[in-house]
Design a protein around this ligand. Structure first.
Ligand SMILES: Cc1ncc(COP(=O)(O)O)c(C=O)c1O
Length: 344
């Protein structure tokens, strides 16, 4: 198309697009659960430039630190992150001229750590403490780094209201606009609970009827859960986060790691969407509820991140069989029409 503008003029606006989060498309999943006529739509946030929903969170967190003056030019940002927020912050800190330090634990995804470093971020690794609470160990290391460097600030994702604000002001409005109406049921995975709280805030503010389902991992301490060993990163938390005290999803569904694997594999093979463990958990949660939902009730979900980083775990048969309780059954379950129906 001839616009009458030079390439430099045409590029002026698009060239700034990579600086923050992108509005992502919403797509109908027609093959996920064969025979079900309940419409399921997914918001494809794996298309964010750092590969996850956390791109939105990173932008809102940094904007807030800049607005309040807490983060000065050339300053340092420290955050406890098991991967996705770290990748997003590393990317956006580099673009904005800040140093980024990611505090990670042994469960952190190797590819995520490499990506943080590729964007120019620095890794600070903590070992698993004797009580197994890696999240607490990371939070403690952040506090120590801040004490050591008075010029450093943290985005404090577990308690910062800018975290849910990202989803109240972008994720949820975008989703409703794309669907043309609020969905009857919305499934999001939980870790800090920023996403679920932000969606809740948007739903409450607009008076939408949407039933909000928070999807958690078995072994997560959120919402009174019994803390336990978890091998897959992305969802769940080792303690009750400050944000979660304000989050009141209509339902909390806890999913086993075996079901996360099955959910990820169904999404890949039936919909051609390669997603991470927390999205697999969402697929499992929807599958459980589906027999109880009417054909006219609409379901929406978030794809929180892409699956490439999970190829050596979730998508590796040998790893799943060796490391995940019920792993062999999880692999076989992909042949069932809905492997999750009948789960409590
Ligand atoms: C992979 C993944 N799972 C789940 C979530 C939800 O996490 P939170 O509760 O911290 O918003 C996110 C957030 O971006 C994510 O990237």
């Amino acid at each position: 198309m001839v616009t009458g503008k030079t390439i430099a003029e045409r590029d002026a606006a698009p060239s700034t697009l990579h600086g923050g989060y992108l509005p992502t498309p919403v797509s109908r999943l027609e093959h996920l659960f064969p025979g079900s006529s309940t419409p399921i739509h997914a918001k494809l946030d794996q298309l964010q430039l750092s590969g996850s929903t956390k791109e939105r969170t990173a932008g809102f967190l940094l904007d807030q630190l800049e607005r309040t003056g807490a983060l000065q030019a050339g300053g340092t940002v420290v955050e406890s992150t098991s991967g996705n927020l770290g990748m997003a912050l590393a990317r956006q800190c580099t673009l904005r001229g800040y140093t980024f330090v990611a505090v990670v634990d042994e469960r952190a995804n190797v590819a995520a750590c490499q990506t943080i470093e590729a964007y120019g971020g620095r890794l600070e690794r903590v070992e698993t403490p004797s009580d197994g609470n890696r999240l607490r160990a990371r939070v403690d290391r952040v506090a120590q780094l801040l004490a050591d460097d008075p010029g450093a600030v943290t985005t404090h994702q577990y308690a910062n209201p800018a975290n849910p604000a990202a989803h109240a002001h972008s994720t949820m409005p975008e989703l409703v606009e794309a669907l043309g109406a609020p969905p009857d049921h919305l499934y999001v995975a939980m870790s800090t609970t920023g996403t679920v709280l932000g969606c809740q805030q948007a739903i409450t503010a607009a008076g939408w009827h949407t039933r909000l389902v928070g999807v958690d991992a078995e072994g997560s301490a959120l919402f009174g859960g019994e803390p336990g060993e978890r091998k897959l990163p992305g969802l769940g938390a080792g303690f009750q986060t400050a944000l979660s005290e304000r989050a009141h999803p209509d339902a909390v569904v806890r999913v086993s790691e075996a079901d996360m694997v099955t959910g990820c594999r169904l999404l890949a093979r039936r919909e051609g969407l390669l997603a991470g463990a927390s999205t697999g958990a969402i697929v499992a949660a929807i599958g459980r509820d589906l027999p109880r939902l009417g054909a006219h009730e609409s379901v929406a979900m978030l794809i929180h991140d892409g699956g490439a980083a999970y190829l050596p775990t979730v998508f590796d048969d040998g790893w799943v069989t060796a490391e995940i309780a019920g792993g062999a059954d999880a692999l076989a379950a992909v042949h069932d029409v809905n492997p999750f129906s009948g789960r409590p």
